[in-house]
Write a protein that binds this ligand. Sequence first.
Ligand SMILES: Cc1cc2nc3c(=O)[nH]c(=O)nc-3n(C[C@H](O)[C@H](O)[C@H](O)COP(=O)(O)OP(=O)(O)OC[C@H]3O[C@@H](n4cnc5c(N)ncnc54)[C@H](O)[C@@H]3O)c2cc1C
Ligand code: FES
Ligand code: FES
Length: 1334
Amino acid sequence: MFSASKLVFYVNGREVEENQPDPETTLLQYLRLKLKLTGTKLGCGEGGCGACTVMLSKYDIVSKTLRHFSANACLAPLCAMHGLAVTTVEGIGSVKNGLHPVQERIAKSHGSQCGFCTPGIVMSMYTLLRNNPLPTQVEMQSAFEGNLCRCTGYRPILDGFRTFTKEYCQMGEKCCRNTNSMQCNGNGNLEEGISSELFDSSKFLPTDSTQDPIFPPGLRTDKYDQQSLTFTGERTTWYRPTTLQELLELKHSYPDARLVIGNTEVGVEIKLKNMCYKTMIAPTHIEELNKISKDSDGYTFGASVSLAVIEETLQGAITEHQEYQTRMFQAVVEMFRWFAGHQIRNVAAIAGNIMTASPISDLNPLFMAAGVVLTVASKDGGTRQIVMDENFFLGYRKTVITSQEVLVSVKLPFMQQNEYFFGYKQANRREDDIAIVNAGIQVMLEANSNIIKGMRLAFGGMAPTTVMATKAMKNCKGRKWEDDLVMDMAEWLADDLPLPPGSPGGVTEYRRTLCISFFYKFYLAVLLQIKQRLPEAVQSKVPSSHRSATFIFQRDPTKSTQVYEEVSPNQPEQDPLGRPMTHLSAAKQASGEAIYIDDIPLYENEKYLAFVTSQKAHAKILSIDSSEAVKLPGVVDFISYKDIPGHNKWGGVAGDEEIFASEKVLCMGQIIGAVVADTQVHAQRAAKIIKIEYEELEPIITIKEAIDKGSFYRYSNSISNGDTVKGLELADHVVEGEVNMGGQEHFYLETHAVLAVPKGEDDEMELFVSTQNPTETQHVVAEALGVLANKIVCKVKRMGGGFGGKETRSIAFTAPAAIAAAKLGCPVRCMLDRDEDMVSSGTRHPFYGKYKVGFTKEGKITALECDVYNNAGHSLDLSAAVMDRALFHTDASYNIPNIRVSGHLCKTNIPSNTAFRGFGGPQGMFITETWIEQIASTLGIPAKQVREINMYNEGETTHFNQPLVQCNIKRCWTECLERSDYYNRRKDIDIFNSENRWKKRGISIIPTKFGISYTALFLNQAGALVIIYMDGSVLITHGGTEMGQGLHTKMIQVAARTLKIPASKIHISETSTNTVPNTSATAASASSDLNGMAIQNACQILLERLEPYINANPKGCWEDWVHAAYFDRTSLSITGFYKTPNIGYNFEKNSGNPFNYFSFGVACSEVEIDCLTGDHKVLRTDIVMDVGVSLNPAIDIGQIEGGFTQGYGLMMLEQQKVSPNGFLFTRGPGNYKIPGFGDVPGEFNVSLLKGSVNNRAVYSSKAIGEPPLFLASSVFFATKDAITSARVDAGHNEYFQLNSPATSERIRMACLDQFTNMFPAALKDSYKPWFVEL
Ligand SMILES: Cc1cc2nc3c(=O)[nH]c(=O)nc-3n(C[C@H](O)[C@H](O)[C@H](O)COP(=O)(O)OP(=O)(O)OC[C@H]3O[C@@H](n4cnc5c(N)ncnc54)[C@H](O)[C@@H]3O)c2cc1C
Ligand code: FES
Ligand code: FES
């Protein structure tokens, strides 16, 4: 044994030596702060987003092979890097020296919008190719299980990377597999003038593995593996023993030590649970703990073997052994499909999973059901073996293994022929999500019979530990495997697995139903297997349609088409307008060279700020004690409202927020103060120990509570048109109803971030902020500092996503940093951790709609009365404007002759809810589409029919009296019906549903009409500064900010068209308040329209100025004319300006046009649900979208797919969980699930409506950012359609309410059947719920 106290590893081929590594430092912190490799991003810090993905490589001296694997740098302890090679995105290519094909393809296939996720995705793909140069599409898709992107909708990434796979056809996008017959002219070709090519794969760099960085020769040794290590940091000592004896000695000396292998559990505890472990021991290099062996009874895995290696080994075993022997292995391998992502499975160990003893561990139920045998050892007690059974777990996160013992190995047994085994897991999202309930079930039958010899059932998610259903296990012995067993088992399981309403985790009836549903699936699956083996032993009346209960969730690789109108062949080649030009930053984003706020190099005297936020939803602040905190290492100061030289108040028109809470807190997460220190770690540690005394006041959390208590903001807008009383009288039917739509976390990959730099003279300050709203930021900061706005400059280069979340809320974090910077006279930086961001920054507004609608027997609407409520939170922010837009969209796409819609803003004690893509529009339309479905259900006709007979026609006026001009809704509708082959598929679905009891399909086609403009008139203006330099290059600044939506790219296309020069001569470097002042926030989808017009205006003036020189030298070139103009003393810079004409609306009079025009679209989606679990998958989506004349079809299609995917998250997956006293449980990707790669529809077709023009926006284009989001409701209503079929099978024909999001719980519990009947919902006021509907 050798010992070393120096950490040695390689990064991108260079040796790194660190003498004093701090065991609490992660690889990500080291890469970014010490090595200045900022390409690897921090998106969550908990292994849930993949933005920090790097490739680790290790040489195995025994097999003489290299192992490359992806890992999350945010969880990888720096100390664990000893002897490893780390490759980051910078190590594989750069814009300067040439991109790697992986970087090039994601960029050119439009797979990078804001780019914050891109380096991580690049590294997942790169690692896959290093191990497998020609993967299948399934392998490729699987590589991204641990990566998230909030912008793209994933389709373009998969398309770009598909070119690396086995299945990729050299015909590229023209491959027959990619062309949907509906887009073809009958000969397999697309119509003339229509293209489906968004990139040209023939121009891609070829893959050439010889160009890949070599593994450092200095690491081809076992020298580093043999070294025992000891590193001591500020609070923690790290030991890495190399023998079992050494490990046992250490554990004996430090029984409280944390063993760390993958650190995927411990790392999260340190980061999110504020844990500090004085001693950490890495048992990663001990032979016994890394051994894999097999004998006649099964396979034994050393405790430190990674899950990825176990998966690989079991897959091998499955092919090697008899099918029955490996039934348990098959269940484990199947479970791994749904267990985290590759980055986690590559490093996490089997011991880590068992020993964490999490009640929702995915492996423990399988291991308990199989009776896995563990070998443990301790210095004093030697070695002993333990069976994992009902006695193994002693309590929450406690097992029978003592603190002196370590787990050495785990034995997974072979099964016998008459033994059956399955595993089950239900989560909100299929991939990379924690279980709601999981189970392992084993049954042993008597030889050659169907009599139960013994059964073992283990469940996770039902108690503080994984539990075994002991009563059911006992009672079932001797019973036959026959149908009457099911309901008896259901009764016993219900007894074994009680779960009182209000238990932690919530959804108790669902969880109880799931246990029984799992057993039912198990029963049928085993029955089918017995039937095959012993047909004579089986007496079952289960009809064949019930087999669908046993189908395993499968997802085929995504197919897609994107269709758009090509530019005219006569368009000059240099004119980029209308072409699918790549996002101008995409290459830099793919190589990690694009700079975001936290990538800006550190200033010499810079400090870091961490927030101190309220832990109460509503309370008086009695005292704040920072005395202990300021004594901690590195701490410089504690800042509070007392340090504000100017105003503490801010917040739009109402000015109803405090920068730092002074006397009262109004929600959890509200900012009370901030600690400034030398590093983030020091600032955050100190912030956590600030003591605040509160006097608690009663909080109001939900809309219903606010209604009960009359807690509203002053808001009186409503829209009335016609006579609803008369309309209701005319109706053949009147129905009433209500529906809720939950909020949505923005989950931009880059959290809120700011760098405030005082300039040292005249009170000037420069702010680098991730904000959509530089102007308001500038003004609020100026007021807070008590200086004029001309002293403050706010700059935005790019954002890692915004989606509305950075329209106003970024100011809440910027102002404190500016106050601290002004007070201390030094630059102050702050980037929120994901949990801080989610807890304090507000979300999309939850909505509640209550309606009464009248209609004829044909389904024609006669009147609507509707009250719409939103949960505004603790301040007004943009809630009134959000409600206005909701009211404007309560007609959705339908002509409602008599209408009254009124809005109400609920004042509650949750963080202030704010703008989010769609801004109330989707919520307004959702309420409408809900009652449309109710009309259809009442009349027993298809909802499609109700939609069609009420849909707007050209020239009709909306309920706010705006005429619909160039109304393409019906064109989109007809085209979508055709392209989606709606009628045939409807028939197929009906047949499928009649043949399957437990899997159901549904289809829905939904239109959208979205009004474009800010509803606040004054915001509909924009400015631009266009400068032509002497060399002919052009620099543009405009009022819009780049958050991934491709605004700058489109603006350059507009300028290139107007100036008639190539885009390559034009540059946009940033948005800044000292170049273009008084800008509106980049929002309302209107930024291309407004800024594009302002740029066009400026360019036209410049062209006019150049005209004399062009006329004088018509054969000259651009540079000649610019030169001539300069020498002739002609000004070559100009500001352009634009204000939208003829808009402005008056609520009182219900007159004037709130919108400049409307964007239209239609989507048709087909969904399959699992009625027993609530799982769903989107089989196909077809979208037809009217974007006018597209400025850039690649960007527009990217917005459609990205918007649709966000809408899908809103309506199907993303559920905020807040306790009745306002505590947010969903604080990170671990428990808040945005759509992942696996959620892309199985077939995803998008086409841009042909021949649409719009004479109200720049170059006939249309806004696209927000309109497509609502199209995802087609998935929601298709799901409702599928549930309806399940309910009909169970004899329930009545209409039912389905709230959004349609989570697996809501889907399952709406599919009423004999199992759900066992667990009726508890009476509302009989218990305290764990989380509430906001
Ligand atoms: C993003 C993400 C997704 C996840 N998804 C899932 C999922 O889908 N399903 C699931 O079940 N889990 C999931 N987990 C939890 C976690 O990854 C697993 O539990 C994993 O197996 C832990 O292994 P590790 O090596 O990283 O553990 P570590 O964090 O290194 O250690 C965990 C615990 O095990 C103890 N320990 C380790 N080795 C020994 C030993 N030899 N003897 C005694 N004690 C020991 C440690 O002291 C520590 O308490 C997820 C985690 C993350 C971060
Ligand atoms: S930052 Fe590491 S996974 Fe999100
Ligand atoms: S491009 Fe993926 S998060 Fe923005």
